[in-house]
Design a protein around this ligand. Structure first.
Ligand code: MLT
Length: 264
C-alpha cells in the first residue's frame, strides 16, 4: 500500500507491504520504491517490507539544495519512527547503501542487519568528485539525455541487448526524479564521508551484493571491503552490472532470503 508522511514539512512517499519482521528497502540514484517491484513481491510474502522514496526521488519532495546522505538517513528514520518501528534490516541499493551506512552510523541500535546492494563504504575519489560536478552540469544542460545514458550504464554492457524491458522500466522510473532532486543527490553523494569502519565494527550481519560487470563501482574495491566484515554474506553476480535485482532477480532474491534468515 502506498503511504505518505512528512519530513521537514515536505511529503515523503513509501510503500508498505506484508507482515512480520521489518525490511527497509532504499533505492539508488534515479530510483524509487517502484524499482524494487520484484523484490517487494517476493520478500513481502514473509516479511513486512517498507520501500521508501528518498528525498527528491519518486513521490518524495526535495528538502534542500543538496541532500547529504545523513539528511536522507534522517528522513528514513522519521518514516520508520512514524510507523513506531524499532528494529529492522536495511537493504540499500548503491546510493541507498550510502544512506544505509549513514543510518548505521547515526542510529546504531536499530539494525538487525545491513545489505550493501552494489554499494560502497568508501567516499568518492577526487576524480569521482569532479565527475559529480560534470554530471550536475549535464543535468542542467539536458536532463533527459543525462538520464538515458546514466540508466544504460547501470546494466552490464553484455546485458543491454536482451534486457530492453528492464532498461525501459528503470528509465520510466527515473522520469519521476526531477532536476532539483538529481542535483541535490549528486551533491550529497559527492560529499559523503567514507564509512568502511562500520563494516569492521558492527556485530550484526552485513551482506554485499557485487556485480562483476559493474560499470560504476570497481570490483577490486568491493572485494577489499567485503574482507573487513566480520559476519558477512556475499553474493557475486558474475554476469551482472549494477542492477542485480533486475538483471538476476531470482538469484538475488534467493540470496537475500538466506541473509535475512541469518539476521532475525
Ligand atoms: C546509484 O546507482 O545510486 C549511483 O550510481 C551511485 C553513485 O553514483 O555513486
Amino acid at each position: 500500500m502506498l503511504k505518505s508522511t512528512k519530513y521537514k514539512n515536505e511529503k515523503v512517499t513509501f510503500f508498505d507491504k506484508g507482515k512480520g519482521k521489518v525490511i527497509v528497502l532504499l533505492h539508488g540514484f534515479l530510483g524509487s520504491h517502484k524499482i524494487w517491484e520484484q523484490t517487494i513481491h517476493d520478500l513481502s510474502r514473509s516479511y513486512r517490507v517498507i520501500a521508501i522514496d528518498l528525498p527528491g526521488h519518486g513521490g518524495t519532495d526535495c528538502v534542500g539544495y543538496a541532500h547529504s546522505m545523513d539528511l536522507m538517513a534522517k528522513c528514513v528514520k522519521s518514516v520508520l519512527d512514524s510507523l513506531r518501528l524499532k528494529k529492522y534490516v536495511i537493504i540499500g541499493h548503491s546510493m541507498g547503501g550510502y544512506v544505509a551506512l549513514a543510518f548505521a552510523d547515526l542510529y546504531p541500535d536499530y539494525l538487525n542487519g545491513l545489505c550493501l546492494y552494489h554499494s560502497t563504504a568508501y567516499a568518492d575519489s577526487k576524480e569521482k568528485k569532479k565527475d559529480r560536478l560534470r554530471a550536475v552540469a549535464a543535468v542542467k544542460a539536458n536532463r533527459a539525455i543525462y538520464t538515458k545514458t546514466t540508466i544504460k550504464n547501470l546494466f552490464a554492457t553484455k546485458n543491454l541487448n536482451y534486457l530492453k524491458d528492464e532498461i525501459a522500466f528503470a528509465t520510466a522510473i527515473a522520469k519521476d526524479t526531477g532536476k532539483k532532486g538529481m542535483i541535490a543527490a549528486l551533491l550529497g553523494m559527492k560529499d559523503r564521508p567514507r564509512r568502511d569502519i562500520i563494516l569492521s565494527l558492527v556485530k550484526y550481519p552485513i551482506m554485499m551484493v557485487i556485480g562483476e560487470q559493474d560499470n560504476i563501482l570497481p570490483y577490486e574495491q568491493l572485494l577489499e571491503q567485503s574482507e573487513l566484515i566480520k559476519n558477512k554474506s556475499v553474493l557475486y553476480l558474475e554476469h551482472d552490472g549494477h542492477m542485480g535485482f533486475l538483471e538476476s532477480p531470482r538469484e538475488s532474491n534467493k540470496a537475500l532470503r538466506k541473509f535475512l534468515a541469518k539476521c532475525f
